[in-house]
Each structure stands twice: as structure tokens, then as C-alpha cells.
Design a protein around this ligand. Structure first.
Ligand code: ADP
Ligand code: ZN
Length: 611
């Protein structure tokens, strides 16, 4: 007989957080700041919680909601996120439900009835719904354990996911000042953080640092992006799930088609697809193993899939925050994962162009320009990627050994002369040619076009032969990033000197740049970045894990839910290693709560007995 507290809410009042952690979630200990936060909320406190993705923010409000009397109201910005959480909680035997625009009115009515009857432990609600007068009135009639505001950065105009409905949530605090409120987010720089705390009147802030130690960061110059992507994917273990981000719908389609031709299970996702197709592709990504989603950034927020093994960027995100958030979708389960990105001059140009062309007010454009520049300096940085990222969020670490610059330390060189040559060459050719032609002049490519334009007689013709074409591409890109050159999209990508560029020549300034001329050596070294491998000891364990996964998939299919809400990979790996023989022992595996012992214990024990 299992000696655990029942998870149902019959035990009103004093349920102990540790017991609930073990009996409902199957975890033996709190992680990091969780315990402190849970205690704070149990004592009636409110707080802002800044913790990285995958660190277990949800438990910080789910456990107090289960321990305290009344229902926990969770405000969440996305339907997919709510549904995923509700599905996972129901698997744990928790009485959870959601109210959002994706549900029909009969279901919503039934949920409201359960709310009034005190028959819910956790209720997920879309922000615009929670603020309806009618709903607020209902809330006044029921006992509320706490409010949780998920993805709280959506409140902030500084954040990149600003949602106007979120701003109104301060009304919730005014109307229910005595109810604990926990706002959680994985992304918030200084101004965002202050804005959330102010708006929601949150006196306390818990931060857990921003590091995602299990993510390896790789940023590499764009040569031939499609080949580079295919090579990257082929270097990985077969059957991994991942996301490939592209900037445009067209590029999503092309890349997905390419990957399918190359034998990957790739699906496209972007706002231009029919909503049915989008929903079907998303559901396959969640429910099947080894699907690669090729997507615009329209995809991802609200995707809680824990076993995303890589996030690849074919185009640049628009800020460090966006990069951190998008790459953060990898490795929520804590197992090794990779954030891989290629970037080139064209990306810089396109993004700058998009900012200039938008209708945003000047003030906002200025902020966006600044954010993009900050991100570009991350790309060009010669130091540890993780350090650069963490510093941006006011955090720090030692060089990590698990990013491209740690693996293959980039050299910097005195680029003063190279920059002078490149800038003069742009000047002499009349500030109207693109990078490819400027490089031809620097290298002294004597062809028909060159002769027709008479550029073979220029003093800058052939003065750059000490660098390769690839090196020049990198130099020109960095000159654009450093704002000495600018690319004029209205004139077919012609390059011009900026005022800074002119001053640089005139005042004979000095410049250090990053040397990017050894891509082959770098690619080779990076392929030594340890591949994610489950921590199993023998072939028999590997085979057992395969069977356990198949069983999990079968159960998930029967119930129409994603496999990871049945058990996480971690749990199956521990099962394969420990091979429990009794239900009692089965219940001691990490991630196996009491309800899951009852529901699935025997099926998995039979499988392990037979293996
Ligand atoms: P976040 O919301 O911060 O991204 P989640 O709440 O989704 O993170 O948790 C990430 C993963 O860590 C989940 O699989 C969760 O079950 C697991 N987890 C959370 N807390 C613990 C804990 N104390 N012990 C073991 N696993 C935990
Ligand atoms: Zn590093």
C-alpha cells in the first residue's frame, strides 16, 4: 500500500508542500529557489519570480494552490500553454480546467459551475476573460488560493511580447488586494522587471539567475546556410525533436521542403498557413517523436514540450531577449540541448531595414535599433557566449566550455589597415556597389564588368589580396555592425560610408575585429561538442528505454495527449536504469506521483518484468 497523501482537495487546509511535491508530482526535493518561493506564498506573500525556462516556475504556484484552501487562478497569455498545463495537471490527478476563447460556451459554463462549487484546484484563464466584470463578480463569491500571472513580461512595453490586456491586470490586484499574487517570467531585463513589479504592486522579487547550463550555444557565420543546417542536423542523434526558425514564410516553406528531401520529419509553421494545418502540425510536433518544426517566430510561445533537443536560427532574432527566449525552448527537461545559429550581412541589413520601415514612433525605433546592435555585438563577440548573454541580464559566469567561442577561441586582429582599405574601396567605386563587388575589387578580379566600369585602374584595385574572400565578407559585415558602413536597400544593397566611417578614415582611428577565416576547423571542433546521450549503461538498457518509450507513446495515443505528460524522458531513463519490481518502488522514481503509480504502474512493471 502506498503511504502518500491523496492529491484530491478533500484534505482542506494544512496540506504540506513537501508531501504534495512527492505525492502529486513525484519529486523528492524542491529545486533552487522553489522552496523559499512556495513558503513565501504559503504565508500569504506576493512576489515577482524571475527564473529561467525549465527551472520549475509552475510548481511555485501550483503547489501553494494545492496546499491552500480555494482555487488558484492562473492568467496565461496563450491557449496552447493553458491546455498543455491543464492536460499535464489532470494526468497528475489535479482538478484543473481552463477558460479561453478556444472552448465552446457549454464547456465554459460547466467550468464556471465547478468554480462556484469549489470543485477546482487550478483554473487557467485568458487575461481578457479574467477581467470581465461577470467573471470578477464570480471570483468574489469563491475562495481564491492565489493568483498566478504566467509570462508576466507581457505586461511590459519594454518587453518584446507586449500584450495590452496584460496591462489591465493591475485591476486584479486592486480588486483583490489580500489575495497572494505570484507573477512569473523567464525574461525580464532591468526596466521590464521594474515595470512588472510596479504595475502589479509586487513587493518581493525572487531571481534565480538566467543560466541554462544544459544548452550549448553555437553561432557561426553564414556561408551556405542550407548546407550548414543539413550538416548540423546530420551531426546529431537520429530522431531528435527540434525547431528551426526562419524570418519569412517563404523561407520556412523552402527549408521545410529541403529537410523533407533530406529525409527529416520536418513540418512548416507560419501565420500564412490555414489554421487547421497549423494546428495539425503543432499537434504532430507535440505528440510524435522526432519532428522538426520549421517555423517563423509565430511558433513557440506556449510550447511547453520539454524534450526539444535543438533550436536552430537560420536568420537573426531581433534582440538578445528574443534570442534567449527562442533558444530557451530547447532542453526544458534539463538534458543536453543545442542552440545553433548562422548569421550574415544580409540579416543585419534586413533587420535594420525592418525597423526603419515600421510605423513605430521614433522613440521605439531608437530602442529597437539599440537592441539589435546589442544583439549584433553578441554575435561578433570574441568571448564566451554564455558570459555575454548572462552579462546582458546582469548575471555572470565563468567561461562555460560549452559554446562555440569556448570550444574554438576566435582570434581578434588589428583590422585598422583592412578597414581603411575596405572603406576607401567603397568610396572609390562611388558608394553604390554591394559587398560582393567591393570584394572583387579588393581582390583584384579582372573581369569584363570590372573593365567596363573601369575599376581595374583604381588605386584600390587588388589591394586586399592578403585576406581571403571569406575574411573580407566577415570584415565588411563587422564594419556594418560597427556602423562604419551602411547598406542602402533602396539602391540594391549598395554600401555607403556612415559619418562614423568617414571620421574613421579622416582621424586614422584604430580597430580590432574578430577573425573568421577558419570555418572548417571550427566546424570540426564543434562537432566534438558532446552529443546528448541518455545516461544508460548497457545495450539492454537502451533497448528497454526504447520499449518504455513505445509504451508511453501507446498510452499517449489512447488518451490523445502528448507523450511527455505521461512521463518525461528523464523518468523513463531512470526507470530503465533502476528497473523497479514493485509498485512501491515504482513510486520512488523521479516524476512518478501517486496517481501515475495507480494509472500506469502495472503496465510499466509488466514491461520491465518481461524485458
Ligand atoms: P518553467 O515553467 O520554469 O519553464 P516548468 O515548471 O515547466 O519550468 O518545469 C520544468 C521541468 O522541471 C518540468 O519537467 C518539471 O516537472 C521539472 N521540475 C520542476 N520542479 C522540479 C523539482 N523540484 N524536482 C524535479 N523536477 C522538477
Ligand atoms: Zn562559453
Amino acid at each position: 500500500m502506498l503511504n502518500k497523501a491523496a492529491p484530491s482537495a478533500d484534505h482542506q487546509g494544512g496540506r504540506n508542500p513537501h508531501d504534495v511535491l512527492q505525492s502529486v508530482f513525484g519529486y523528492s526535493a524542491f529545486r533552487g529557489e522553489q522552496e523559499q518561493i512556495v513558503r513565501h506564498v504559503m504565508e500569504g506573500g506576493s512576489a515577482l519570480v524571475l527564473m529561467p525556462t525549465g527551472s520549475g516556475k509552475s510548481l511555485c504556484y501550483q503547489i501553494p494552490a494545492l496546499c491552500r484552501d480555494g482555487v488558484g487562478i492562473v492568467v496565461s497569455p496563450l491557449i496552447a500553454l493553458m491546455d498543455d498545463q491543464v492536460t499535464a495537471l489532470r494526468q497528475l490527478g489535479v482538478r484543473a480546467a481552463a477558460i479561453h476563447s478556444g472552448l465552446d460556451s457549454a464547456v465554459i459554463r460547466a467550468t464556471k459551475r465547478r468554480l462556484r462549487d469549489g470543485d477546482l484546484d487550478l483554473l487557467y484563464v485568458a487575461p481578457e476573460r479574467v477581467l470581465m466584470e461577470d467573471f470578477l463578480n464570480t471570483l468574489e463569491e469563491v475562495e481564491i488560493a492565489l493568483f498566478a500571472i504566467d509570462e508576466a513580461h507581457c505586461i511590459s512595453q519594454w518587453g518584446h511580447d507586449f500584450r495590452p490586456e496584460y496591462r489591465q491586470l493591475s485591476a486584479l490586484r486592486e480588486r483583490f488586494p489580500h489575495v497572494s499574487c505570484l507573477a512569473v517570467t523567464a525574461t525580464a531585463d532591468g526596466p521590464t522587471r521594474r515595470e512588472i513589479a510596479e504595475r502589479l504592486k509586487l513587493p518581493t522579487v525572487f531571481t534565480a539567475g538566467f543560466d541554462r547550463p544544459n544548452i550549448a550555444y553555437v553561432v557561426t557565420p553564414k556561408e551556405n546556410p542550407r548546407d550548414q543546417l543539413v550538416r548540423f542536423l546530420k551531426s546529431r542523434a537520429a530522431g531528435e525533436s527540434g525547431i528551426v526558425y526562419c524570418l519569412s514564410r517563404k523561407r520556412v516553406e523552402e527549408t521545410a521542403a529541403l529537410l523533407v528531401r533530406e529525409g527529416f520529419r520536418a513540418l512548416p509553421y507560419h501565420a500564412g498557413l490555414d489554421s487547421d494545418v497549423r494546428a495539425a502540425n503543432q499537434s504532430r510536433f507535440l505528440k510524435e517523436d522526432g519532428v522538426i518544426m520549421v517555423a517563423t517566430v509565430a511558433f513557440g510561445m506556449g510550447i511547453n514540450k520539454p524534450d526539444v533537443r535543438f533550436v536552430a536560427h537560420m536568420d537573426l532574432p531581433k534582440s538578445i531577449e528574443a534570442y534567449y527566449q527562442e533558444t530557451g525552448r530547447a532542453g526544458r527537461d534539463g538534458l543536453p540541448a543545442t542552440a545553433w545559429m548562422v548569421y550574415g550581412l544580409a540579416d543585419v541589413v534586413t533587420l535594420r531595414q525592418m525597423i526603419e520601415a515600421s510605423d513605430a514612433p521614433d522613440r521605439q525605433k531608437r530602442v529597437e535599433r539599440g537592441k539589435l546592435d546589442m544583439f549584433l555585438s553578441f554575435c561578433e563577440a570574441a568571448r564566451c557566449r554564455r558570459q555575454t548573454l548572462l552579462n546582458h541580464f546582469g548575471d555572470s559566469c565563468e567561461p562555460c566550455g560549452n559554446c562555440d567561442t569556448c570550444q574554438v577561441a576566435p582570434k581578434t586582429f588589428d583590422a585598422t589597415v583592412a578597414a581603411q582599405k575596405a572603406l576607401s574601396c567603397v568610396l572609390r567605386t562611388g558608394e553604390r556597389f554591394g559587398a560582393v563587388y567591393v570584394i572583387d575589387v579588393l581582390l583584384g578580379r579582372d573581369d569584363e564588368r570590372m573593365r567596363r566600369l573601369g575599376h581595374h585602374t583604381l588605386s584600390t584595385f587588388g589591394i586586399g589580396q592578403e585576406h581571403s574572400e571569406r575574411a573580407w565578407r566577415s570584415i565588411l559585415r563587422q564594419l556594418v555592425v560597427h556602423d562604419l558602413l551602411q547598406v542602402d536597400m533602396d539602391r540594391h544593397g549598395g554600401m555607403r560610408l556612415t559619418d562614423e566611417g568617414r571620421a574613421f578614415l579622416k582621424e586614422r582611428r584604430a580597430l580590432q575585429l574578430r577573425l573568421d577565416d577558419r570555418p572548417a576547423a571550427k566546424a570540426k571542433a564543434l562537432s566534438r561538442v558532446p552529443k546528448p546521450a541518455p545516461e544508460l549503461h548497457s545495450d539492454a538498457d537502451v533497448e528497454l528505454l526504447r520499449q518504455l518509450k513505445a509504451e508511453r507513446t501507446a498510452i499517449a495515443r489512447e488518451q490523445g495527449v502528448p507523450p511527455y505528460v505521461i512521463f518525461h524522458d528523464r523518468t523513463l531513463i531512470e526507470m530503465a536504469n533502476r528497473r523497479p519490481t514493485t509498485l512501491q518502488e515504482f513510486g520512488t522514481i523521479t516524476g512518478v506521483g501517486q496517481v501515475k503509480v495507480e494509472r500506469y504502474g502495472q503496465r510499466f512493471l509488466d514491461l520491465m518484468g518481461a524485458a
